[in-house]
Design a binder for this molecule. Structure first.
Ligand code: HEM
Length: 432
């Protein structure tokens, strides 16, 4: 690490605040721990340096403007040199022991820089554009209707996360993808192991070794590869019109896509494609439970549904961070960032930036949102149009059928600084 003591001193973040903004455990109590830490940082040290035991030093990017500055300059702030996902040092060392020194745990887009990134993204980028995604609205609506029917079949008492929000996005993405329905539980388990490596209830049970998180991540990755290799071979031999077939039979530089790149696409879609969306749906429901006036407004005027979706994305920001590394010395917000320095992009903080959002800490479905929940620049979320359509369809099916959401227990959040949101939320849905 090139950050030197003397350049860094002014910018050091107090230990407690750094722990609250960075470590997975604090995210289980995001309202009283993580968000106040973000707010403190935005006010007092908006681009500060966190120095935590077992972690490389990290610049915490908390402001909307700075986050966009970083994301839009992939040559200056790279994804492919150091790990784009935050690991502690023992976990990074473990990954590097598996890869012969590289931080790249798998051939997934988030680990790449242009021009490699551009070529690999082009494999399915068009498929994810609105014109193509719109074809699936009917299928999504059918899945949404079934999910709503199921959850309202009894008296409306349920765990909104486990009994409703987790299932629908998983079902949608696996249907688009072409994964057989009976394999969806395998996908859910692997995804939860993948994202839940720091969560003692959700993640795999691991011994408290220093590199335990990386070992668990590697095991989940192996599980995905084993599963998808067989499907990849099948779609090469018997192509259909699903997304799996498109990827399996694509070319990069005039050559059939390598198994590594194909697996990278599969794992990205299988993991990024549903937990993110289900966390957003659950987070929206929690706010609508707390704010019956907002629920009444959107029920009365369904044209507000797109705004509800964007505000929920801002509010939940289910992707908590990605990392970048400076490729050369540069200045940002008056700080000297040195070549090799690591920056942690805190999407949820940028989405509460008081300079960009009026009354940023209030959920308001009527605001015109310019959130960064999907990131920006060349790595901006490839699945954003899927998310918008599947959430629109879901709310169009759900909202006319419920007139209230009553919390019947304490909502609980996941312990994760990467992808997640609510773990559980007991509610009674009051039927219309
Ligand atoms: C609420 C739902 C979602 C949110 C908030 C979200 C957010 C994000 C964010 C913040 C990034 C990184 C952007 C950056 O570095 O600038 C990303 C990348 C990505 N997302 Fe999503 N995502 C969601 C759903 C999805 C879905 C449904 C899919 C696929 C079907 C998907 C696939 C991807 C992929 C493949 C990337 C890597 C793109 C790249 O590096 O070029 N995401 N997403």
């Amino acid at each position: 690490m090139t950050i030197t003591e003397d350049t860094a001193q002014d910018y050091l973040i107090p230990d407690k605040i750094a722990q609250h903004a960075v470590l997975p455990a604090s995210y289980a109590d995001e309202t009283s721990i993580t968000y106040p830490a973000y707010e403190w940082l935005r006010k007092n040290n908006p681009l500060g340096l966190a120095k935590l035991d077992n972690f490389d030093p990290l610049w915490l990017v908390t402001k909307h403007h700075d986050l966009l500055e970083v994301e839009r300059q992939p040559d200056l702030f790279t994804s492919g040199v150091l790990n784009p996902i935050l690991n502690d040092q023992p976990s990074d060392a473990f990954v590097r022991s598996l890869t012969g020194g590289s931080y790249r745990a798998m051939d997934v887009l988030v680990y790449m820089d242009p021009p490699e990134h551009t070529k690999v993204r082009a494999v399915a980028n068009k498929w994810f554009m609105p014109r193509n995604i719109r074809r699936f609205e009917g299928q999504m609506r059918e899945l949404a209707r079934q999910a709503v029917d199921r959850v309202l079949a009894n008296d409306g008492e349920c765990d909104f996360v486990k009994d409703f929000a987790l299932g629908y996005p998983l079902h949608v993405i696996m249907t688009l993808f072409g994964v057989p329905e009976q394999d969806e539980p395998i996908m859910l388990q692997l995804t939860q192991e993948f994202f839940g490596v720091h969560d003692d209830e959700l993640g795999p049970q691991v011994a408290p070794e220093p590199d335990a998180a990386a070992r668990a991540f590697a095991a989940a990755t192996e599980g995905f590869f084993a599963y998808f290799s067989a499907l990849n071979a099948d779609r090469r031999a018997n192509p259909t019109d699903d997304l799996l077939s498109l990827i399996a039979n694509s070319e990069i530089d005039g050559q059939p896509i390598s198994e590594g790149y194909a697996n990278g696409w599969y794992i990205a879609i299988a993991t990024a494609g549903h937990d993110t969306t289900s966390s957003t749906i659950s987070g929206a429901a929690l706010e609508l439970a707390k704010r019956p006036d907002q629920l009444a407004k959107v029920r009365a005027d369904p044209a507000l549904i797109p705004r509800l979706i964007e505000e929920s994305l801002r509010w939940v920001s289910p992707v908590k961070h990605f990392m970048r590394a400076a490729s050369r010395d540069t200045d940002l917000r008056g700080r000297r960032i040195k070549e090799g320095d690591r920056l942690m992009l805190l999407y949820a903080s940028a989405n509460r930036d008081e300079e960009v959002f009026d009354h940023a800490d209030q959920f308001d479905i009527e605001r015109d949102v310019r959130h960064v929940a999907f990131g920006a620049g060349p790595h901006a979320c490839v699945g954003m149009h899927v998310v918008r359509l599947e959430m629109k369809v879901l709310f169009e099916e759900l909202l006319p059928r419920i007139k209230g959401i009553e919390l019947t227990g304490e909502p609980r959040w996941l312990k994760t600084n990467f992808v997640g949101g609510l773990r559980s939320m007991p509610v009674k849905l009051i039927k219309a």
